[in-house]
Write a protein that binds this ligand. Structure first.
Ligand code: TYM
Length: 404
């Protein structure tokens, strides 16, 4: 069922691939206008495609219809999902682990994808979730002081809480804070660092001789939450499996971890990978918080949202109305259509829009209006929930404690 053949020392040249797509935790560049070739990426990374048999099994075991992210191939790849479902069938516990690197005061709508999916998995499986805020990573990679990264971290935590996580099942932690609270965390980081050579991280992440040593040591810090003993307040000394929902850019960290975990007596972390929510300018790059023109922030006003979509969203339409009516638009490259596949849940509506846009019955301006009308309430409701978060609530989410 799995084509898994993990290549831990996966050179950046291999990541680059002969098709010219480049994907690592910091950069995503596709060669084609329709974006990264995800089938080729699965082969290159050695993960497994999410096939119908996995979705059928998922539905059978949980009694729930798969999320539209699964049905539409937005979550498209995995490692060891069948093992997690075996655990569920055998009533064995597992937990969810995901994270965010706070590089900007506001998250963007693309960041919602792994978190919305995580919330859904948390609701479906009723399991604990740990969310790592890598304020340390962003201090090392960006032009940010420790203090600035910590500030951004708390702003981002509010965005994450606003997604609707259950406080009784969710622990959100800043690396700068939690490393000082739990000696078990640091001990696991060191155990991992002892298993990985400089040559290996060079191969996986493309580090060079002039990279600062903080970067070289960092991957172990993102790996450590895969070991359940990093969270003694939640799991005690139990060694429990974890499942990581994330976009596929984060996979290199966990290829490394999957090699190390069994050597330390832990199960390999399982993963479920999403495609990238593309930049406004087109699917060649992912939406990124550091580029304001390519990005819709969760803090954008309805007016900003409307202007950004109307001005910047790459269109697969024809240059004139006459040509569009005659030739139709191209949904494969049209950013407004792509965004709708993420955020418009109604399958019948999506199919109708695809048909109408492809035939030329629906114009680009009309398609953009549908997108604006879809996203505006989502962002407004997010902002309303965020505004209501109190310091006490934030503190509670970030306190190491037993989760039920
Ligand atoms: P970061 O802050 O770059 O991204 C946070 C999460 O969002 C995903 N993501 C996207 N998903 C869809 N479309 C996009 N355009 C897009 N951009 C980012 C990322 O894959 C990630 O899931 N080092 C990490 C933080 C981290 C983490 C983790 C992430 C720590 N531990 C465990 C996932 C799982 C980072 O900087 O993510």
């Amino acid at each position: 069922m799995s084509n898994e053949q993990e290549n831990v020392v996966n050179s950046p040249q291999v990541e680059n691939g002969e098709d010219g797509d480049f994907v690592d935790p910091w950069n995503v560049v596709g060669k084609s206008d329709s974006g990264v070739d995800y089938d080729k990426l699965i082969k290159r990374f050695g993960s497994s495609k999410i096939e119908d048999d996995l979705l059928d099994r998922f539905e059978k075991i949980t009694g729930k219809q798969p999320h539209h992210f699964l049905k539409r191939g937005i979550f498209f790849s995995h490692r060891d999902m069948h093992r997690i479902l075996n655990d569920v069938e055998a009533n064995k516990p597992f937990y969810l682990y995901t994270g965010r690197g706070p590089s900007s005061s506001s998250m963007h709508i693309g960041h919602l994808i792994p978190f919305i999916f995580c919330k859904w998995l948390q609701d479906v499986f009723d399991v604990p979730l740990v969310i790592q805020m890598t304020d340390d990573e962003k201090t090392l990679w960006k032009d940010l002081s420790v203090e600035e990264a910590m500030k951004l971290c708390y702003e981002n935590v509010k965005d994450i809480i606003a997604i609707g996580f259950d406080v009784n099942k969710t622990f959100i932690f800043s690396n700068f804070e939690y490393m000082g609270q739990a000696p078990e965390y640091y001990r696991n980081v060191i155990r991992i660092q002892k298993c990985v050579t400089f040559n290996q991280v060079k191969g996986i992440f493309g580090f060079g001789d002039s990279d600062i040593i903080g970067k070289i040591a960092f991957p172990a810090i993102q790996a450590a939450p895969c070991l359940s003993t990093t969270f003694p307040a939640i799991f005690g000394e139990k060694k429990i499996s974890c499942l990581i929902p994330c976009a596929i850019d984060q996979d290199p960290y966990f290829r490394m971890t999957r090699d190390v975990a069994p050597r330390l007596g832990f199960p390999k972390p399982a993963l479920i990978h999403s495609t990238f929510f593309p930049a406004l300018q087109g699917a060649k790059t992912k939406m990124s918080a550091s580029d304001p023109n390519s990005t819709i922030y969760l803090t954008d006003t309805p007016k900003q949202l409307k202007n950004k979509i109307n001005k910047h969203a790459f269109s697969g339409g024809q240059p004139s109305v006459e040509e569009h009516r005659k030739l139709g638009g191209n949904c494969e490259v049209d950013i407004s259509f792509k965004y709708l596949t993420f955020f418009l849940e109604d399958d019948a509506k999506i199919e109708q829009i695809r048909k109408d846009y492809s035939s030329g019955a629906l114009l680009t301006g009309e398609l953009k209006k549908i997108l604006i009308d879809t996203l505006t309430p989502i962002i407004q409701q997010h902002q309303e929930r965020r505004a209501k978060i109190t310091n006490e609530e934030l503190k509670l989410f970030m306190t190491p404690r037993k989760l039920f």
